[in-house]
Design a protein around this ligand. Structure first.
Ligand SMILES: [Fe+2]
Length: 314
Protein backbone atom coordinates (compact mmCIF):
# COMPACT_ATOMS: atom_id res chain seq x y z
CA UNK A 1 0.00 0.00 0.00
CA UNK A 2 1.54 3.30 -1.07
CA UNK A 3 1.57 6.50 0.99
CA UNK A 4 -1.57 8.64 0.69
CA UNK A 5 -1.43 11.54 -1.79
CA UNK A 6 -3.68 13.74 0.32
CA UNK A 7 -1.76 13.99 3.53
CA UNK A 8 -4.37 15.45 5.86
CA UNK A 9 -8.17 15.35 6.13
CA UNK A 10 -9.78 17.33 8.93
CA UNK A 11 -13.45 16.78 9.88
CA UNK A 12 -14.16 20.11 8.16
CA UNK A 13 -12.54 18.93 4.91
CA UNK A 14 -14.85 15.93 4.90
CA UNK A 15 -18.02 17.77 5.89
CA UNK A 16 -17.54 20.76 3.54
CA UNK A 17 -16.12 18.88 0.51
CA UNK A 18 -17.77 20.30 -2.61
CA UNK A 19 -19.71 23.03 -0.84
CA UNK A 20 -17.03 25.67 -0.20
CA UNK A 21 -13.44 26.42 -1.29
CA UNK A 22 -11.03 24.21 0.66
CA UNK A 23 -7.25 23.89 0.78
CA UNK A 24 -5.66 20.48 1.28
CA UNK A 25 -2.05 19.29 1.54
CA UNK A 26 -0.76 16.68 -0.89
CA UNK A 27 2.44 14.89 -1.92
CA UNK A 28 1.88 14.57 -5.70
CA UNK A 29 4.42 17.33 -6.38
CA UNK A 30 7.16 14.88 -5.32
CA UNK A 31 6.25 12.42 -8.08
CA UNK A 32 8.74 11.86 -10.95
CA UNK A 33 5.71 12.35 -13.24
CA UNK A 34 6.41 16.07 -12.91
CA UNK A 35 10.15 16.13 -13.61
CA UNK A 36 11.29 18.24 -16.57
CA UNK A 37 12.29 15.09 -18.42
CA UNK A 38 8.87 13.42 -18.04
CA UNK A 39 6.96 16.62 -18.83
CA UNK A 40 9.11 17.25 -21.92
CA UNK A 41 8.31 13.79 -23.21
CA UNK A 42 4.62 14.29 -22.47
CA UNK A 43 4.57 17.57 -24.44
CA UNK A 44 6.31 15.96 -27.40
CA UNK A 45 3.96 13.01 -27.56
CA UNK A 46 0.64 14.82 -26.95
CA UNK A 47 -1.33 15.05 -30.23
CA UNK A 48 -2.81 18.36 -31.47
CA UNK A 49 -6.32 17.54 -30.35
CA UNK A 50 -5.15 17.04 -26.76
CA UNK A 51 -3.54 20.35 -25.90
CA UNK A 52 -4.26 24.05 -25.73
CA UNK A 53 -1.74 26.86 -25.67
CA UNK A 54 -2.76 30.47 -25.18
CA UNK A 55 -1.27 33.90 -24.59
CA UNK A 56 -2.44 37.45 -23.98
CA UNK A 57 -0.90 40.91 -23.62
CA UNK A 58 1.31 41.18 -20.55
CA UNK A 59 -0.61 42.73 -17.69
CA UNK A 60 -3.99 42.16 -19.40
CA UNK A 61 -6.88 42.40 -16.96
CA UNK A 62 -9.54 41.04 -19.30
CA UNK A 63 -9.85 38.45 -22.03
CA UNK A 64 -9.82 40.85 -25.02
CA UNK A 65 -6.17 40.17 -25.98
CA UNK A 66 -6.28 36.43 -25.29
CA UNK A 67 -5.22 34.23 -28.21
CA UNK A 68 -5.07 30.51 -28.93
CA UNK A 69 -1.98 29.00 -30.49
CA UNK A 70 -0.23 25.85 -31.63
CA UNK A 71 3.05 24.05 -30.94
CA UNK A 72 4.82 22.80 -34.02
CA UNK A 73 8.31 21.43 -34.65
CA UNK A 74 9.65 21.97 -31.13
CA UNK A 75 11.08 19.48 -28.67
CA UNK A 76 9.45 19.20 -25.26
CA UNK A 77 12.53 20.86 -23.73
CA UNK A 78 12.20 23.81 -26.10
CA UNK A 79 8.57 24.22 -25.08
CA UNK A 80 9.52 24.16 -21.38
CA UNK A 81 12.18 26.80 -22.06
CA UNK A 82 9.60 28.89 -23.95
CA UNK A 83 7.25 28.67 -20.96
CA UNK A 84 10.07 29.85 -18.68
CA UNK A 85 11.04 32.90 -20.71
CA UNK A 86 7.82 33.67 -22.63
CA UNK A 87 4.19 34.44 -21.82
CA UNK A 88 2.27 31.28 -22.60
CA UNK A 89 -0.06 28.86 -20.84
CA UNK A 90 -0.07 25.20 -21.91
CA UNK A 91 -2.75 22.67 -20.99
CA UNK A 92 -2.19 18.98 -21.78
CA UNK A 93 -5.31 16.81 -21.86
CA UNK A 94 -5.47 13.05 -21.33
CA UNK A 95 -1.81 12.68 -20.29
CA UNK A 96 -2.61 9.09 -19.26
CA UNK A 97 -2.81 8.18 -22.96
CA UNK A 98 0.89 9.05 -23.28
CA UNK A 99 2.08 7.94 -19.85
CA UNK A 100 -0.11 5.53 -17.84
CA UNK A 101 1.49 6.85 -14.65
CA UNK A 102 -0.87 9.86 -14.78
CA UNK A 103 -3.82 7.48 -14.95
CA UNK A 104 -2.57 5.64 -11.88
CA UNK A 105 -2.18 8.96 -10.07
CA UNK A 106 -5.77 9.88 -10.99
CA UNK A 107 -7.06 6.51 -9.79
CA UNK A 108 -5.27 6.83 -6.48
CA UNK A 109 -6.57 10.36 -5.92
CA UNK A 110 -10.17 9.28 -6.47
CA UNK A 111 -9.76 6.18 -4.32
CA UNK A 112 -8.72 8.54 -1.52
CA UNK A 113 -11.61 10.94 -2.20
CA UNK A 114 -14.14 8.11 -2.18
CA UNK A 115 -12.69 6.60 0.97
CA UNK A 116 -13.01 9.90 2.85
CA UNK A 117 -16.09 11.62 1.44
CA UNK A 118 -19.29 9.73 2.28
CA UNK A 119 -21.61 9.23 -0.69
CA UNK A 120 -19.21 10.57 -3.35
CA UNK A 121 -20.19 8.62 -6.48
CA UNK A 122 -17.84 9.40 -9.34
CA UNK A 123 -18.87 8.19 -12.81
CA UNK A 124 -16.14 9.97 -14.80
CA UNK A 125 -12.83 11.51 -13.89
CA UNK A 126 -10.15 13.37 -15.77
CA UNK A 127 -6.65 14.73 -15.23
CA UNK A 128 -5.02 17.61 -17.17
CA UNK A 129 -1.53 19.10 -16.81
CA UNK A 130 -0.94 22.87 -16.75
CA UNK A 131 2.48 24.39 -17.49
CA UNK A 132 2.50 28.18 -17.48
CA UNK A 133 4.78 31.19 -17.64
CA UNK A 134 5.70 33.54 -14.80
CA UNK A 135 3.00 36.16 -14.10
CA UNK A 136 0.47 34.81 -16.62
CA UNK A 137 -3.20 34.88 -15.54
CA UNK A 138 -6.16 32.60 -16.16
CA UNK A 139 -9.19 34.84 -16.60
CA UNK A 140 -12.45 34.59 -14.66
CA UNK A 141 -14.34 31.45 -15.66
CA UNK A 142 -16.25 28.45 -14.35
CA UNK A 143 -15.83 24.73 -15.04
CA UNK A 144 -18.64 22.28 -15.64
CA UNK A 145 -17.38 19.34 -13.55
CA UNK A 146 -16.21 18.98 -9.96
CA UNK A 147 -12.86 20.73 -10.04
CA UNK A 148 -9.65 20.37 -8.04
CA UNK A 149 -6.36 22.24 -8.61
CA UNK A 150 -3.08 20.68 -7.50
CA UNK A 151 0.06 22.82 -7.28
CA UNK A 152 3.30 21.06 -8.25
CA UNK A 153 5.86 23.82 -8.94
CA UNK A 154 5.90 27.57 -8.50
CA UNK A 155 3.31 29.76 -6.84
CA UNK A 156 -0.04 31.19 -7.87
CA UNK A 157 -2.97 32.99 -6.31
CA UNK A 158 -6.44 31.61 -6.89
CA UNK A 159 -9.56 33.74 -6.34
CA UNK A 160 -12.81 31.79 -5.93
CA UNK A 161 -16.24 33.52 -6.10
CA UNK A 162 -19.75 32.39 -5.14
CA UNK A 163 -21.57 30.16 -7.67
CA UNK A 164 -24.72 32.28 -7.99
CA UNK A 165 -25.91 35.63 -9.38
CA UNK A 166 -24.41 38.13 -10.02
CA UNK A 167 -21.08 36.27 -10.07
CA UNK A 168 -22.53 33.50 -12.25
CA UNK A 169 -25.39 34.79 -14.44
CA UNK A 170 -27.71 31.95 -15.36
CA UNK A 171 -27.86 32.71 -19.14
CA UNK A 172 -24.06 32.80 -19.34
CA UNK A 173 -23.73 29.47 -17.55
CA UNK A 174 -26.30 27.94 -19.93
CA UNK A 175 -24.35 29.10 -22.99
CA UNK A 176 -21.22 27.45 -21.59
CA UNK A 177 -23.14 24.23 -20.92
CA UNK A 178 -24.53 24.33 -24.47
CA UNK A 179 -20.91 24.76 -25.67
CA UNK A 180 -21.89 28.00 -27.39
CA UNK A 181 -19.53 30.08 -25.28
CA UNK A 182 -16.07 29.64 -23.81
CA UNK A 183 -15.77 29.26 -20.03
CA UNK A 184 -13.98 32.62 -19.85
CA UNK A 185 -16.97 34.44 -21.40
CA UNK A 186 -18.42 35.12 -17.94
CA UNK A 187 -18.71 38.82 -17.08
CA UNK A 188 -16.35 39.93 -14.31
CA UNK A 189 -16.33 42.96 -12.03
CA UNK A 190 -13.05 43.60 -10.13
CA UNK A 191 -15.16 44.86 -7.20
CA UNK A 192 -16.12 41.22 -6.59
CA UNK A 193 -12.59 40.56 -5.34
CA UNK A 194 -13.82 41.94 -2.02
CA UNK A 195 -15.96 38.87 -1.45
CA UNK A 196 -13.70 36.29 -3.14
CA UNK A 197 -11.88 33.61 -1.18
CA UNK A 198 -8.22 33.92 -2.16
CA UNK A 199 -5.48 31.33 -1.74
CA UNK A 200 -1.80 31.62 -2.59
CA UNK A 201 -0.79 28.06 -3.30
CA UNK A 202 2.67 26.46 -3.32
CA UNK A 203 3.95 22.98 -4.18
CA UNK A 204 2.00 20.51 -2.04
CA UNK A 205 -1.15 22.66 -1.86
CA UNK A 206 -4.43 21.62 -3.46
CA UNK A 207 -7.75 23.45 -3.76
CA UNK A 208 -11.23 22.06 -4.26
CA UNK A 209 -14.34 24.25 -4.57
CA UNK A 210 -18.08 24.03 -5.12
CA UNK A 211 -19.56 23.19 -8.54
CA UNK A 212 -19.55 26.11 -11.02
CA UNK A 213 -17.80 28.45 -8.55
CA UNK A 214 -16.20 31.05 -10.85
CA UNK A 215 -12.48 31.55 -10.29
CA UNK A 216 -9.48 33.34 -11.71
CA UNK A 217 -5.77 32.69 -11.24
CA UNK A 218 -2.66 34.84 -11.18
CA UNK A 219 0.75 33.17 -11.44
CA UNK A 220 3.58 34.43 -9.27
CA UNK A 221 6.88 35.49 -10.86
CA UNK A 222 7.96 31.90 -11.58
CA UNK A 223 7.18 28.97 -13.85
CA UNK A 224 4.12 27.11 -12.66
CA UNK A 225 3.39 23.41 -13.03
CA UNK A 226 -0.03 22.34 -11.80
CA UNK A 227 -2.63 19.77 -12.64
CA UNK A 228 -6.39 19.67 -12.42
CA UNK A 229 -8.62 16.74 -11.64
CA UNK A 230 -12.28 16.83 -12.61
CA UNK A 231 -15.12 14.50 -11.75
CA UNK A 232 -18.70 13.82 -12.74
CA UNK A 233 -21.17 12.72 -10.06
CA UNK A 234 -24.97 12.33 -10.28
CA UNK A 235 -25.25 15.91 -8.95
CA UNK A 236 -22.88 17.25 -11.61
CA UNK A 237 -24.82 15.42 -14.33
CA UNK A 238 -28.21 16.65 -13.12
CA UNK A 239 -27.01 20.23 -12.99
CA UNK A 240 -25.70 19.85 -16.53
CA UNK A 241 -29.08 18.53 -17.73
CA UNK A 242 -30.99 21.37 -16.06
CA UNK A 243 -28.75 24.12 -17.39
CA UNK A 244 -28.64 22.59 -20.88
CA UNK A 245 -32.46 22.37 -21.00
CA UNK A 246 -32.84 25.87 -19.54
CA UNK A 247 -30.53 27.19 -22.26
CA UNK A 248 -32.71 25.60 -24.96
CA UNK A 249 -35.89 26.92 -23.29
CA UNK A 250 -34.43 30.40 -22.91
CA UNK A 251 -33.68 30.51 -26.61
CA UNK A 252 -37.24 29.72 -27.59
CA UNK A 253 -39.30 31.24 -24.75
CA UNK A 254 -37.03 34.05 -23.59
CA UNK A 255 -37.99 33.66 -19.93
CA UNK A 256 -36.35 35.44 -17.02
CA UNK A 257 -35.29 33.14 -14.23
CA UNK A 258 -35.67 29.41 -14.80
CA UNK A 259 -35.72 26.93 -11.96
CA UNK A 260 -32.45 25.05 -11.48
CA UNK A 261 -33.99 22.29 -9.39
CA UNK A 262 -32.35 18.92 -9.98
CA UNK A 263 -35.12 16.66 -8.65
CA UNK A 264 -38.80 15.85 -9.26
CA UNK A 265 -41.04 16.26 -12.34
CA UNK A 266 -39.43 19.52 -13.41
CA UNK A 267 -36.06 17.78 -13.60
CA UNK A 268 -37.51 14.93 -15.68
CA UNK A 269 -39.09 17.44 -18.09
CA UNK A 270 -35.67 18.99 -18.55
CA UNK A 271 -34.02 15.65 -19.07
CA UNK A 272 -36.59 15.08 -21.85
CA UNK A 273 -35.80 18.52 -23.32
CA UNK A 274 -32.11 17.66 -23.43
CA UNK A 275 -32.91 14.31 -25.07
CA UNK A 276 -35.11 16.01 -27.68
CA UNK A 277 -32.54 18.71 -28.37
CA UNK A 278 -29.85 16.09 -28.95
CA UNK A 279 -32.10 13.94 -31.15
CA UNK A 280 -33.21 16.95 -33.19
CA UNK A 281 -29.57 18.13 -33.32
CA UNK A 282 -30.67 21.58 -32.14
CA UNK A 283 -27.07 22.32 -31.22
CA UNK A 284 -25.63 21.44 -34.62
CA UNK A 285 -23.70 24.38 -35.98
CA UNK A 286 -24.01 26.39 -32.77
CA UNK A 287 -21.02 24.97 -30.93
CA UNK A 288 -18.09 27.30 -30.62
CA UNK A 289 -14.94 26.96 -32.67
CA UNK A 290 -11.86 29.02 -32.00
CA UNK A 291 -9.20 30.76 -33.97
CA UNK A 292 -5.52 29.77 -33.78
CA UNK A 293 -3.24 32.66 -34.77
CA UNK A 294 0.17 32.09 -33.18
CA UNK A 295 2.81 29.43 -32.90
CA UNK A 296 5.18 28.97 -29.96
CA UNK A 297 8.61 30.19 -31.09
CA UNK A 298 11.52 30.43 -28.63
CA UNK A 299 13.10 33.16 -30.79
CA UNK A 300 10.03 35.46 -30.87
CA UNK A 301 9.09 38.10 -28.25
CA UNK A 302 7.26 36.32 -25.40
CA UNK A 303 7.89 33.15 -27.50
CA UNK A 304 4.76 34.02 -29.51
CA UNK A 305 4.99 34.29 -33.32
CA UNK A 306 2.00 35.35 -35.43
CA UNK A 307 0.80 32.93 -38.09
CA UNK A 308 -2.10 33.14 -40.56
CA UNK A 309 -5.23 32.53 -38.51
CA UNK A 310 -7.21 29.33 -38.95
CA UNK A 311 -10.31 27.91 -37.32
CA UNK A 312 -9.95 25.00 -34.96
CA UNK A 313 -12.59 22.90 -33.28
CA UNK A 314 -12.45 19.75 -31.21
FE1 LIG B 1 -10.90 26.39 -13.89
Amino acid sequence: MSEPIISEWTPHHIQAFGSEPLRFQHTAHLSPLFSDETLAELIERTPRENYYVNTMKRGAKDRSSRREGEIRGLSGREVLDAVAKGHIWVMLLYPEKVNPGYGRLLDQIYNEFKEKVPGLRVSKKKISILISSPNIPVFYHCDLAGQTLWQVRGEKTVYVYPNHEPYLPQPNLEKIVLNEAHEISLPFDPAWDNIASSFTIKPGDMLHWQLYAPHRIQNGNCVNVSFTTEHVTPTVRRNFVVNFANGILRRTLNPGKLTQTTTGPRYWTKLATLGAAKILKLQKGREQTFKVDFTVDPAAPDCVRDIPAYQFSK
